[in-house]
Design a protein around this ligand. Sequence first.
Ligand SMILES: NC(=O)c1ccc[n+]([C@@H]2O[C@H](COP(=O)([O-])OP(=O)(O)OC[C@H]3O[C@@H](n4cnc5c(N)ncnc54)[C@H](O)[C@@H]3O)[C@@H](O)[C@H]2O)c1
Length: 250
Amino acid sequence: MRMQGKNVIVTGGASGIGLASVERCLEEGASVVIADIAGSDGEARAAALDDKHAGRCLFKACDVTDSAQVDRLFEDTVAELGSVDAVFNNAGIGGICPTDELSDEEYLRIIDINLNGVFRVARAALRVMYRQGSGSIVNCASILGVFGQSQTAAYTAAKGGVVNLTRTLAIEAAPKGVRVNAIGPGYIDTPLLADLDDELLQGLIRLHPLGRLGRPQEVANAFLFLAGDEASFTTGTTLMVDGGFTAGKS
Ligand SMILES: NC(=O)c1ccc[n+]([C@@H]2O[C@H](COP(=O)([O-])OP(=O)(O)OC[C@H]3O[C@@H](n4cnc5c(N)ncnc54)[C@H](O)[C@@H]3O)[C@@H](O)[C@H]2O)c1
């Protein structure tokens, strides 16, 4: 039981990579808060997982674009569970649009969820973890945090920001006993890819030397490593979970 007795918050925990991470943490003995927007599947998922895992899973509605909701998520979790030992700062949305057609509104929406949301959650986590003198924050970046890709201006700008924000937070938090890392998934088989047509998807799959999409559980396993004590000397890094996508072109 690698996460026995740990309390974990997973933003965007109702679906895809977040949900797989919730499940892996529960299997490894943690108590887990699914934090996701009101109206998501989070409440139902948490109820089912709570039954399966002896009362160790709960849902808290939280929109990461709202600082007050994010701060309340952490206050309520500490009040109920006593601590926050690890956070997966995972909530995010996709977005494909030619840049010359991208509206201010859509650009800012993607940045607000995928970058500003990561900042808000990390800030709230640091406040709690500094008091504790310990904790691990894992931010969800992407291969598109270190590589460009046509028609993803807002998404790549946000994910690039997450990679470097992670470095800065890691340096700042290290003296207080808190580690901050990121994960850079390749294309992972989740509802985020639902809008991609098959031809585009097959082309994207070919960019991964392992020749397939990743599975959400494969990212969850990386989160488990970075969140827990096995990664006690790892901070400021972005761990790519990408089937070799960022290794090179041939
Ligand atoms: N699937 C991929 O190929 C892939 C690749 C690289 C990175 N990622 C990143 O992984 C993370 C998870 O993506 P996924 O593929 O599991 O997607 P997903 O759509 O399955 O899950 C995303 C979750 O985030 C939640 N969410 C969206 N906006 C939110 C908000 N404002 N506040 C709180 N929660 C919100 C959604 O309700 C959903 O439950 C994202 O940050 C995404 O950018 C995904």
